[in-house]
Structure formats: structure tokens, C-alpha cells
Ligand binder design. Structure first.
Ligand code: PFF
Length: 477
């Protein structure tokens, strides 16, 4: 354990909060949350999502941060050490392995989409969107993701930025980057919300995001055959609820070792409970603000609220191409997306880097470059699986879904490794670590500790068990 003795630490609580909020706030908030809310029926999705963030996600943040701080090592090293201290099976270190391997897989495709945001920032700045219609916007996007050279360049450019920051270490790289980039991100977002509020359809947005329509959340259209057989037009479905649970995990950076690694850089004086609430509140605020920035434009220009993953890349450019100062606001918007993606991608490269550093004793720069380039190469497969790019014909059947390579990586991590990793983490802290040790680590008031303990022992594993059970049920039973 060569790195153990000089394991790095955040220089202040503020630096840690910025880094953790930076990890949480990413493409998940600005790109994924608005279109999932759009597809999930607006207000009801938002309400359920927020409940999950506060009752399941926040307790899980506390659990991961405390495991990291207790272990003071990479996720694998920390889990091994804690299991040993608690005289429990060394198999618990699989939680750490799942996080480190999962983070490596996620960064390999997160960086591809990160590259798209860089390319779109450049396109916006060059005025490419001026006056484009829906068809041209779609052709521009598909043309770009199908280009083997352009996608390769943007993917590696994004990865190079990530490697550069990670190579400089916790205080010299991560901290310096997030303490500048996060306030900048908040500032850009506020400008965009104000601008959208004045120029877009704000009233409709408020109604859409905050007026819950539970029928839309809980009932899905029935199939034509079922209706013909006399069944009602809609059927009860938990799909969107489960989607909201998965999204709350992804958005809070849970179960991929990132938060655990950031926890390992914490000093004992930082209050984990209070920090977790701050991180979750900031993450949710950004998701809501992203909705407040995007939907007024979507409504004002008559775009499709359920536009899926294309909402940001295929719909918004049409609006930026028509609005006054569209070049400025388009560039700001995609710049915002790129900044949010970078502060998350560094937290995804960090778990594999911290493990290899600890295992080999190599210096950080060498490890960051090696792991970053390796993940970058794996990411080429994802980049080339999009549009009509070189590997787009390869489709792999995963539990009945025909997925491209990027889809397979997303499925493996989001639908299998993250729920399982999260469930076992909750079970470990709730049932296997001595209660007194958790109490000492967290230093919460008695009452708050009891609420937290109840949530991680019972609520989190049950809820996650339901998502995972549902995947198994849908596919094997
Ligand atoms: N939370 C990030 C987002 O919302 O985009 C993504 C992410 C980062 C997920 C780090 C998981 C993780 F460990």
C-alpha cells in the first residue's frame, strides 16, 4: 500500500463540498433530468424524484462518505480494511471492485458525451445554428456523431482535460478546478434561467414542473390488443417511478466509488451528515434550475418536451438559432454542460486512479495518464457505436434489448452494477458494521442517527431491491 501513508486530503470543507457537488452535478442534471421529467409527465416525476433524493440518496451519500473516510484508502482498499476491522468476510471488498470497475466503464462513455458538449460549444460559438430548422438540427447532430474523426478528436480532447486535472492531484488539480468551475457553473445557470424566464414561456414551465399529474406518472397507455380485448385505455405501471430512483442514484454519483473516494480525502472534523444534505440540495437545485432554463425555450418554440436524449442536442440549437443573442446563449449553455461534465468526469477517473496508485506506488501523473488513456481507448468503441459511425451496426442483445456498444455499457453499469452496489453498501453499513462505529464516525445527534440508521437498514435496501427485482422479473420470469 505505497500510497497509504501520504493519502491526500481536502484543504477545507468548502473545497470538499465544491468537489462533491461538482461530481453530482453533471450531464445527469442538465441533459438527462429534464428529458426524463419531460417523458415522465413533469411535476409528478419531479416530486417522486425529490423524495428519492432525500430519503434514499442522501442516507446513501452519508454511508459512502463515512466508509471512505473510515478506510482512508481507495474504494477497494477501504472496503477491505473496514471488513477486516469488523471481522467480516473479505468478499465485502467486491463493493469497492464494482465501484472502481463501474467508474472506469462509465468514464469511457461519459467522456464521449462530454466530447459532444465541447463540439457543440464550438458550433454554437461559430454561429452554426443560425436560422436552422428541425431537420437541419437533426442532420447536424447525426452527421457529427457519425463522423469517425470529429468524434474521436472531441472524445480525446475531453479525456485530456480530465486527465490533466486528475494528474495534478487532490489539492493541486481537483480542488483548484472545482473551486473555479462550480461557481462559474452556478453563475451561467442563473443567467440562463433569467434569460429563459424573460424570453420563453415561464408560466407553462412552472405548471409543467411543479403541478403533479400522478395519472401520467403511474399509468401508461395500454397496448392496442389489450384495449381491443376490453381492457381500459391505460394500465398501472411503476416503470417511471423506478426510472426516477435510478436517476436519483446516478445524479448523486452513488455506487461507483466516486463519493467513497472523495470521502477518503475527508478530515475527521467535517460533518458528514450536514455535508450530504448540502450536496443533495445543491444537486437537486441545479436539476430544477436546468429545467427552468430549458423548458421555457422548449415551450416557446413549440419543441417536443419528451424529446429524449436529443432534447439538448437536437432541439435547443433550433431555439438558439432563432433567439436574440442566440450565439452568446448557445455558447454559454453548451459551455455550462461541458463544465458540469468535466467536474463529474474527474470524479469518475479518481476511483480507478486512487486504486492503481495505492497498488503500484507509481506517481499520480503516470497513473492518471495510463488509466485515462486506457478508458479513452475503451471509449472509442462507444463513440463509434453512435449514428452511422464505424461500429454502429454492432448490436448486442442484453436481456431482450437490442443495444449498441454505448447502450451495453450504460445498461451494465446503470441497471446492474449501480443498484447491486448500492444495495450491498446499504446492507453493509446497516447490518454488518458495528452500530457504535457508525455512530462515532458520523457524530450525529441521537435522533438524527436513528432516522439515518432506519433509512439505510430498511428503506434503501428495500427500494433498491425493488428496482433490481423488477429487472429480474421483467426479464427472467
Ligand atoms: N452524477 C453525475 C451526473 O449527474 O452527471 C454522473 C456521475 C458521476 C455518476 C460520478 C456516478 C459517478 F460516480
Amino acid at each position: 500500500m505505497a500510497g497509504a501513508a501520504q493519502h491526500a486530503h481536502w484543504s477545507s470543507r468548502w473545497a470538499f463540498i465544491m468537489a462533491a457537488v461538482g461530481s453530482a452535478v453533471g450531464l445527469g442534471n442538465i441533459w438527462k433530468f429534464p428529458y426524463e421529467a419531460g417523458e415522465g409527465g413533469g411535476g409528478a416525476f419531479v416530486m417522486v424524484y425529490l423524495l428519492f433524493v432525500f430519503f434514499i440518496g442522501t442516507p446513501m451519500l452519508v454511508a459512502e462518505l463515512s466508509l471512505g473516510r473510515r478506510g482512508q484508502l481507495s474504494p477497494i482498499g477501504s472496503m477491505k480494511k473496514i471488513a477486516q476491522d469488523e471481522k467480516k468476510s473479505h468478499w465485502w471488498s467486491l463493493i469497492g471492485w464494482s465501484g472502481v470497475v463501474g467508474a472506469f466503464i462509465v468514464i469511457s462513455f461519459y467522456s464521449v458525451v462530454g466530447g459532444w458538449t465541447l463540439a457543440y460549444m464550438a458550433k454554437a460559438a461559430m454561429g452554426t445554428f443560425s436560422g436552422i430548422d428541425a431537420e437541419t438540427a437533426q442532420n447536424t447532430f447525426v452527421g457529427y456523431i457519425s463522423d469517425p474523426v470529429k468524434t474521436l478528436v472531441s472524445h480525446f480532447a475531453f479525456m485530456a482535460i480530465t486527465i490533466f486535472i486528475v494528474a495534478k492531484g487532490v489539492q493541486g488539480g481537483l480542488e483548484k478546478a472545482v473551486t473555479v468551475l462550480m461557481p462559474a457553473l452556478f453563475a451561467i445557470l442563473i443567467i440562463l434561467v433569467i434569460y429563459s424566464g424573460f424570453t420563453g414561456d415561464f408560466a407553462k414551465t412552472i405548471d409543467f414542473l411543479f403541478n403533479p399529474d400522478f395519472d401520467k406518472l403511474l399509468f401508461k397507455p395500454n397496448t392496442a390488443e389489450a384495449i381491443a380485448a376490453g381492457e381500459p385505455a391505460t394500465r398501472f405501471s411503476l416503470d417511471t417511478v423506478l426510472q426516477a430512483l435510478g436517476q436519483s442514484f446516478f445524479s448523486l454519483s452513488l455506487a461507483l466509488g466516486s463519493i467513497m473516494t472523495y470521502g477518503s480525502y475527508l478530515t475527521k472534523d467535517v460533518k458528514i451528515g450536514k455535508s450530504a444534505v448540502t450536496i443533495a440540495a445543491a444537486d437537486s437545485a441545479v436539476a430544477l434550475m436546468a429545467g427552468l432554463a430549458i423548458f421555457p425555450i422548449v415551450f416557446a418554440y413549440g419543441l417536443d418536451v419528451a424529446g429524449g436524449g436529443g432534447l439538448v442536442f437536437m432541439s435547443l440549437p433550433i431555439a438558439f438559432g432563432q433567439m436574440p443573442f442566440g450565439i452568446v446563449f448557445g455558447t454559454l449553455f453548451f459551455g455550462l454542460l461541458a463544465v458540469a461534465a468535466v467536474t463529474s468526469s474527474i470524479s469518475l477517473l479518481e476511483p480507478p486512479v486512487s486504486y492503481v496508485e495505492e497498488k503500484t506506488g507509481w506517481n499520480r501523473r503516470k497513473v492518471a495518464v495510463t488509466m485515462g488513456v486506457a478508458a479513452g481507448l475503451l471509449g472509442v468503441l462507444s463513440a463509434y457505436s453512435q449514428g452511422t459511425n464505424l461500429l454502429s451496426d454492432i448490436k448486442i442483445n442484453m436481456l431482450g434489448l437490442e443495444l449498441d456498444i454505448m447502450g451495453v455499457k450504460d445498461f451494465l453499469t446503470n441497471n446492474i452494477m449501480m443498484p447491486l452496489g448500492g444495495m450491498f453498501t446499504a446492507l453493509f453499513v446497516g447490518w454488518f458494521v458495528t452500530r457504535k462505529n457508525m455512530m462515532d464516525e458520523l457524530a450525529l445527534s441521537d435522533k438524527t442517527f436513528r432516522i439515518w440508521y432506519f433509512l439505510v437498514r430498511f428503506v434503501s435496501p428495500t427500494a433498491i431491491g425493488i428496482i433490481f427485482g423488477k429487472i429480474i422479473f421483467d426479464n427472467f420470469i
